[in-house]
Design a protein around this ligand. Structure first.
Ligand code: ADP
Ligand code: MG
Length: 728
């Protein structure tokens, strides 16, 4: 009899909400742990403050001559908050963040120590980073990587450590992280978008790209979590029969938040606010034990830092509440997985959201220009954008009937779709005669009023226009948003640059500016039609239709990554100065390698659990039944025994079939793994794992899940779905 599972269940059931008392109102402590402008002003000299903020505003590198001044002020501020250590906080390609802590103390040589932190240490570090993935960019003998401060993202204190957001680059200047290309992509977009904005308003000097992420996650009681080795090792359950009640009743979505969870959320929000993360929205999600948290949107680079920080803070806070946070895209089969909707927009330094319809026809032409160019960019690079959100973990979500389909398309809603239709059909001269009548006919001038109705949502679209922004819904819950955002920024930047070339050439041929813009916009509307889809993205008809339209319909993740190496992808990354050919190649290698490793680990864990948890328990139960049958035979007559033991015998046979299958398949899976491991090329190895190992894992699981239904519940060692998902 297995008593551990029941002990853990009792422990989980007995928990009470952990109330966290705070004397202050959360808003009063906003950004308490952030070295923001207010703190800069207080802790830096007037001169240093001015020089620093100027270089931040202009996006310039930090002037070395003020670095010491900045470091001294920053250190003083951090020490007053109790910090004893500092770290360069960076985003290696492993995902998540990396940090190596150093104490402030420096020996003085006479047996004492001083708390030191110089400008040199602030600005640049040389962590020995030879074991971070680099896809062949660095050989171990030249393992030096540099981390360098990104002053556009403010330093912050977590616990006893001053964290300095940094980029992470190789000795030869190649990006080894996500932040570097993200920053480069915002520059590229700024440049290209500002040039296009200047057609409409010469005062625009800068275009900023914004991100508002919505983070979905699951919570599981930590006692139950600890007993699920698959959750601990891989972040998802590799087995487990669906619970009879799941999300069918749709009673969890937006329902009352359970008290234990609410206490966790409140605690988490307070921590976030102190770190300057402007969290705002919290609610239950569709699946049981699934929740969402969203902040107010911010400039992309900062928003992304905040998302990464949030993910690590939430893991810590969850422990205080005896929860574990699951950020995996698909922790449980049969219920919804988790995504991270990326709400993306562009705004000017003059305060205009380029995706908001304006007050007059000129502003609306600008709005339509940016909208249509974005659609064109998504059209041209739909495969690449899909690659940017693809991973071994997100693969469980895409293409399933609950999340964005594995085909990228854009949704605009009825009103905007109509406007584009009319524009496409109208003559350019009609459109630029901004008289009341033609404007009315085209519906362009009246966009703002029409748009007040913003309820037109299509949840099946991976890339939807939602009133004043696009929502890239396909991003995975555990991902670093940077991958998706830098790809989108690059695609749009490159398209806008192309747009400008076309418009300028018409202007050169003496076409009036407005007419030139309208002419090119009209041609883009016609060209990118294939990406525009308003229907049900989950339907089979759409899959067939999308293939006909020439959209990327590939579903194998390792093959989807090929999109990175297409000439048109390499060209936009290179032309926009975001990633060189070598950098793209190395990233692709890392993606294949990571894919392989994730599946490899899952497959090993599944094999182990199958052989040392499932099979022994099932055969133990079979022994009980056999014993039963045997004893019945010794007490009753043959005829009586025949009827009485019929059911037991049936189950004995059934169990035997499953055990045989599982044992054989686990052997075969080990064989398939070693074959795959022998392949040298990362791409082919990943494909072997995808094609050979993954299907075996699915089959083994299905037999295990059937055993779970027939084996005596008291003997089953692993917490079941109904326990993991419904006990809180
Ligand atoms: P919904 O679930 O309806 O999509 P939420 O309120 O959960 O909406 O999340 C919307 C997210 O979009 C928030 O993070 C919000 O700050 C962000 N957002 C709103 N406007 C913009 C914008 N112009 N650009 C980028 N993000 C935005
Ligand atoms: Mg949303």
């Amino acid at each position: 009899m297995n008593s551990l599972r029941f002990e853990l269940l009792r422990e989980a059931l007995g928990r009470k909400a952990v109330q966290v008392n705070s004397e202050n109102r959360p808003a009063d402590e906003y950004a308490k742990y952030v070295f923001n402008r207010e703190k800069m002003q207080k802790y830096l000299s007037k001169y240093t403050y001015k020089a620093l903020t100027e270089s931040i505003d202009k996006g310039l590198p930090l002037d070395r001559s003020i670095a010491d001044g900045v470091a001294t002020g920053m250190k003083q501020w951090a020490i007053e908050l109790g910090a004893t250590h500092y770290t360069h906080w960076f985003q290696p390609l492993t995902g998540g963040t990396a940090e190596k802590h150093d104490a402030f103390i420096e020996p003085t040589g006479n047996g004492n120590v001083l708390e030191e932190f110089s400008g040199k240490l602030l600005v640049q570090q040389e962590p020995d980073a030879s074991s971070f993935p680099n896809g062949g960019l660095r050989n171990t003998f030249e393992a030096r990587g540099y981390s360098a401060w990104d002053p556009s993202s403010p330093a912050f204190v977590v616990g006893d450590t001053l964290c300095i957001p940094t980029v992470f680059i190789s000795y030869t200047g190649e990006a080894l992280d996500y932040k570097t290309p993200l920053l480069r992509s915002t520059n590229a977009l700024n440049k290209a978008a500002t040039a296009v904005c200047n057609y409409f308003d010469e005062n625009v000097q800068k275009v900023i790209s914004y991100l508002g992420w919505e983070q979905e996650y699951f919570l599981v009681d930590d006692a139950l979590y600890a007993a699920r080795h698959d959750l601990v090792m891989t972040g998802r359950t590799l087995m487990g029969h669906e619970s009879a009640k799941n999300q069918q009743l749709e009673d969890h979505y937006f329902g009352a938040i359970p008290t234990r969870v609410l206490a966790f959320m409140t605690d988490l929000e307070n921590e976030c606010l102190k770190l300057g993360i402007p969290v705002k929205t919290r609610h239950n999600e569709v699946a049981p034990n699934q929740f969402e948290l969203a902040p107010v949107y911010e400039e992309i680079n900062l928003a992304n830092d905040h998302n990464l920080l949030l993910m690590s803070v939430m893991k810590k806070v969850a422990r205080r509440h005896n929860f574990r946070v699951l950020l995996h895209e698909k922790p449980f089969k049969g219920v919804n997985g988790s995504g991270k909707h990326n709400n993306w927009s562009m705004g000017t330094d003059t305060g205009v959201n380029l995706f908001s319809p304006g007050k007059n026809a000129v502003e609306n032409l600008q709005f339509i220009t940016f909208l249509v160019n974005t659609m064109m960019a998504v059209y041209k690079h739909n495969g690449l954008l899909k690659a940017s959100i693809s991973s071994a973990t997100n693969a469980h979500r895409l293409g399933a009937n609950e999340a964005p389909p594995a085909i990228v398309s854009t949704f605009l809603g009825k009103q905007i779709s109509e406007v584009l239709d009319k524009l496409e059909k109208a003559s350019a001269d009609d459109v630029i005669h901004f008289d009341e009548k033609s404007a009315l006919r085209l519906g362009v001038a009246h966009l703002p009023e029409v748009l007040l109705d913003n309820t037109d949502r299509n949840r099946t679209s991976p890339f939807a226009f939602t009133g004043n922004r696009f929502e890239f819904r396909a991003v995975g819950s555990s991902a670093n948003c940077a991958d998706a955002m830098l790809t989108l920024n690059t695609a749009v930047a490159s398209q806008l640059a192309q747009f400008k070339v076309e418009v300028d050439s018409l202007i050169e041929d003496k076409m009036p500016k407005e007419k030139a813009i309208v002419t090119v916009v009209k041609s883009l509307i016609s060209k990118c039609k294939a990406i525009h889809f308003e229907g049900n993205g989950y339907s089979d008809e759409w899959k067939a239709e999308a293939a006909k339209r020439g959209l990327d319909c590939e579903t194998s993740v390792p093959v989807i990554f090929d999109n990175y190496l297409k000439p048109e992808s390499l060209a936009i990354f290179e032309n926009c100065g975001v990633l060189s050919h070598a950098e793209v190649e190395s990233r692709c290698e890392v993606k294949w390698e990571t894919y392989t490793k994730k599946i490899q680990i899952e497959s090993r864990v599944l094999g182990d659990l199958a052989m040392n948890h499932i099979v022994p328990v099932a055969s133990g139960y079979r022994a009980v039944l056999l014993d039963n049958v045997f004893k019945l035979g010794s007490v009753f007559s043959k005829d009586e025994t025949e009827t009485m033991s019929r059911q037991d015998k049936r189950i004995i046979k059934e169990i035997s079939t499953h055990i045989d299958f599982i044992t054989e398949q686990v052997e075969a899976m080990i064989e398939a793994r070693s074959k795959a491991n022998a392949i040298a090329a990362e791409r082919e190895k990943a494909i072997a794992y995808h094609d050979k190992v993954v299907p075996m894992m699915e089959e083994i699981r299905s037999h295990i899940d059937k055993l779970e239904l027939i084996v005596d519940d008291r003997m089953w060692t692993l917490p079941k779905y109904r326990e993991l998902l419904f006990i809180r």
